[in-house]
Design a protein around this ligand. Structure first.
Ligand code: HAM
Length: 496
């Protein structure tokens, strides 16, 4: 028997040495870096019996299975999830559920209804011609029916699609929230990955900044619930109408607005000269570019008013938002910052971003008004605003501040029998408790009590219920309250 070894492939070949070499050839073709010295092929010499071969293949002896008639290739898989994606083993899942639970409860506190959309959408939904980063990061492909599809990078286009589809059948305003997985082929940094969950809250049908104020209030409510304060996190707020006003003064066509915003959003990511070049390449004059960059450095509404005059819409919106913030009682969380533009082309008014005050992390959440998104999909426009809040940066922040909750598995009872014969009795006790709404971890095999105690501690059970033969004959079981050590016998009918 000839043996060649490879970490990822084991090829079992039985009757046709020539077939083995064909496989090697095809492997070389598919994997150019493939080296035969790295693989192991088990081929049989013609004298090897079928049974012997089968045993070698299955690791069993005495197998009567007939020999395989086709080539059997076993591939050792990489046990890590694809780069940039996560598994959620129980401890991670507990954290995720805790986070989502808070997202849900806050959304419901504000009277929002939950919605969801498919993760797979038509690619066209995400194609915007404004040079957005999100477009270049799209996971897109052709399905078996030759349709161009994409894994959603965000939820907003799907929401817009559903709003258009519902048309006049819904009564406005809509207050919808969603928690969904989004996919972006990102360069991986802290808090940025290729798959993330996003909590979204959106209000459709309200043109006034009362809507933005309400959305920011809900995010702050969330922060407070999980122990984050205004000294940890702040919101930078601006309005795209500021830029729109500058563009208007330089007679730059409306159609360039989204593109200009997307370029300006890169201000902190690429050199200023590149930004200027990009802006000039969309036909902005040098003067206009200078004026735009000037205005972006403004950090107070007074200064903004000096620059733009008091009559512009941007100013009125921002002033109203800050005055509402005072009424809600969250003024210390928000600040005006004209450099906040955001990277998505569809925002038209107020834009905001949650940031950590230590400046270590990327944006925690972001959103704004998008009053003209629906018409880009052929629908009638409706005033709309919302935000997206990812599940990654917030966890980093909670870790930094040592605010991660301690979440342990929770089960009320652990039920075990003391001997094999009483396994069925233990099952009936478990069934009875579950009918009463009590959660039960039933010990499914006969295990020593020491083992059961260890397990009870690991899963945080409150009660241990032991089914032993002496008590069982009296129609009773032993109960141990694990927190106090209190122990007693109880009639099965009285077990609650
Ligand atoms: P966005 O700013 O692209 O906005 O994303 C919103 C939030 O999602 C970010 O602030 C961040 O928390 C999270 N996020 C985005 N990309 C990643 C990533 N690669 N890894 C981890 N977290 C990420 C939107 O998506 C808009 N659709 C939000 C919106 C809803 N605007 C109006 N309604």
């Amino acid at each position: 028997m000839r043996a060649i070894t490879n970490p990822s492939f084991l090829i079992h070949h039985h009757h046709h040495p020539s077939l083995a070499s064909a496989v090697l050839r095809s492997l070389r073709h598919r994997f150019p870096n493939f080296s035969p010295s790295l693989i192991k092929v088990r081929a049989q010499s013609s004298s090897t019996s079928h049974a012997e071969l089968d045993n070698a293949r299955t690791g069993r002896s005495g197998s009567l299975a007939s020999p395989p008639t086709h080539l059997d290739v076993t591939q050792k898989i990489d046990v890590n999830p694809p780069k940039g994606t996560r598994d959620f083993p129980p401890e991670e899942m507990r954290l995720r559920n805790w986070l989502f639970q808070n997202f849900r409860e806050v959304s419901q506190l504000f009277g929002f209804e939950e919605v969801d959309f498919p993760v797979l959408e038509s690619e066209a939904l995400f194609i915007r011609k404004a040079g957005e980063e999100i477009r270049d990061q799209l996971y897109c492909f052709e399905d078996r029916g030759n349709r161009r599809v994409a894994l959603r990078p965000e939820l907003t286009p799907s929401l817009a699609r559903l709003v258009i589809q519902k048309g006049k059948s819904v009564s406005l305003p809509l207050k919808w929230f969603a928690i969904g997985q989004c996919w972006r082929y990102e360069r991986m940094t802290r808090g940025r990955r290729r798959e993330h969950y996003q909590w979204n809250m959106d209000i459709i049908g309200v043109p006034n900044v009362t809507a933005e104020a309400e959305l920011i209030s809900s995010i702050i409510t969330f922060f407070k619930r999980i122990g984050i304060t205004s000294s940890d996190v702040g919101f930078k707020v601006s309005s795209r109408k500021v830029l729109q006003e500058v563009l208007r003064r330089y007679s730059i066509p409306e159609s360039l607005f989204g593109r200009v915003c997307v370029i300006i959003d890169k201000l902190e990511k690429i050199p200023i000269d590149d930004i200027k070049k990009e802006l000039m390449s969309v036909e902005l004059s040098e003067d206009a570019v200078e004026e735009l960059l000037q205005i972006l450095s403004v950090k107070s509404l007074t200064k903004l008013e000096e620059k733009l005059g008091s009559s512009v819409e941007a100013l009125a919106d921002l002033k109203q938002l800050f005055s509402l913030a005072e009424k809600y009682g969250y003024s210390d969380w928000i600040q005006f910052d004209a450099s906040i533009v955001r990277g998505l082309a569809y925002y038209t008014g107020i834009v905001f971003e949650g940031f950590d005050r230590e400046g270590k992390l990327r944006a925690i959440c972001g959103g704004g008004r998008y009053d003209r998104l629906l018409s880009t999909f052929g629908g009638d426009d409706l005033p709309a605003c919302g935000f997206g809040f990812g599940d990654a940066v917030i966890v980093e922040l909670l870790k930094e501040r040592r605010l991660l909750p301690e979440l342990s598995p929770q089960v009320q009872n652990i039920v075990c029998s003391l001997d094999q014969d009483l396994q069925g009795a233990a099952s009936s006790v478990a069934a009875r408790l579950r009918e009463k709404g009590q959660s039960v971890d039933l010990v499914l095999e006969n295990k020593p009590l020491k083992w059961v105690f260890k397990r009870a501690a690991r899963i945080n059970a409150q009660r241990l219920i032991i089914v032993g033969s002496t008590e069982w004959q009296k129609g009773m079981v032993s109960v141990k309250i694990l927190s106090s050590g209190e122990q007693y016998e109880i009639k099965i009918d009285e077990l609650e």
